[in-house]
Design a protein around this ligand. Structure first.
Ligand SMILES: *Cc1c(COP(=O)(O)O)cnc(C)c1O
Length: 301
């Protein structure tokens, strides 16, 4: 069962100076293993998989994927077999993400990068469906319409008035759910984790359109905080995350939430937000990924 994801007030001199109220919505506390937005995205998919009497969850992801870790943990908790198709070559020993997935019982298969890119091709999918007739398929990153539906619940239980919601974006599914549930209320800022994140404008709009047929104008992307690209880091980002942890005792990870909060602080410094504004930033979780980063970069977060 998921726990609560409370709002936490962030106190800091900069915020006082600029008269900004900042809360973190601690979605990272929602579930110990199925973290943050990945729990939101899986919820209705798990219900649907049971309804279809599937006994297996099958999905795709990179070797450090939060989605892979979440699907593996969800399978263990809700009695599904799990199959993960992993991008790239196998490496021994397994990295912390894949070790966790395997410990949860996930069967790991590796696809070379060329084959991995074909994973959404109809012929490829059909082949897999024949091979795994009992499997419920989840796309890379977990975003489909049921995932968007789950993400509408991220902001359903926020008990305060706010002017801005801020959220990191990979596929944009979480952002789409948040925007749809706000239904035109407040402003939403999305922080793409990928370089060239402008492409998400169309993707997010399309998810929303499919979900509830609406088109909204109360949101925008902040595309300047990718730090060189997906899962790329720079010393300034690491220093920011370490300082944030030291001050607030809240861990961030460098792929999504670290970049988003760095961006929010930068925008506050630039007076992007009107004095008196209240911002709710979503901590989408993903902290399982820290161990892999620590190992690769020799950094303590
Ligand atoms: C996957 C993930 C995201 C991105 O979610 P999308 O719905 O793909 O945009 C954001 N934050 C964290 C921590 C994630 O693991």
């Amino acid at each position: 069962m998921p726990a609560a994801a409370p709002l936490q007030l962030i106190s800091e001199t900069l915020l006082q100076e600029k008269q900004i109220t900042l809360y973190l919505k601690r979605e990272d506390l929602l579930h110990s293993a199925i973290s943050g937005n990945k729990w939101r995205k899986l919820k209705y998919n798990l219900i649907e998989a049971k309804k279809q009497q599937k006994n297996t969850l099958l999905t795709f992801g990179g070797a450090y994927s939060n989605h892979i870790a979440a699907v593996a943990a969800a399978g263990q908790e809700y009695n599904f077999k799990t199959i993960g198709f992993i991008r790239g070559e196998p490496h021994e020993p397994l990295n912390p993400t894949l070790q966790l997935a395997q410990n949860c019982g996930m069967q790991l298969h590796y696809l070379d990068r060329t084959t991995y890119r074909q994973k959404q091709d109809p012929a490829f999918q059909e082949n897999l469906e024949i091979q795994y007739p009992d499997a419920y398929f989840l796309p890379e990153g977990g975003t489909n319409l049921l995932a968007v539906k789950g993400c509408t619940e991220v902001i359903a239980d926020i008990p305060i008035q706010f002017n801005y919601i801020c959220c990191a974006a990979g596929t944009g599914g979480t952002l789409a759910g948040i925007i749809a549930s706000l239904n035109g209320h407040a402003q939403v800022l999305g922080f793409p984790a990928l370089k060239g994140g402008e492409f998400l404008t169309n993707d997010v709009a399309a998810f929303i359109k499919q979900y509830n047929g609406q088109e909204y104008h109360n949101w925008q992307l902040q595309t300047n905080y990718h730090f060189g690209g997906y899962a790329k880091v720079k010393p300034g980002l690491i220093a920011f995350m370490q300082a944030f942890k030291a001050t607030h005792h809240i861990s961030l990870e460098p792929v999504y939430t670290g970049k988003m909060l760095y961006g929010i602080y930068d925008l506050i410094q630039q007076d992007f937000f009107k004095p008196g504004s209240t911002i709710v930033a979503i901590h989408t979780g993903g902290l399982q990924g820290l161990a892999g980063f620590a190992q690769r970069l020799g950094i303590v977060f």
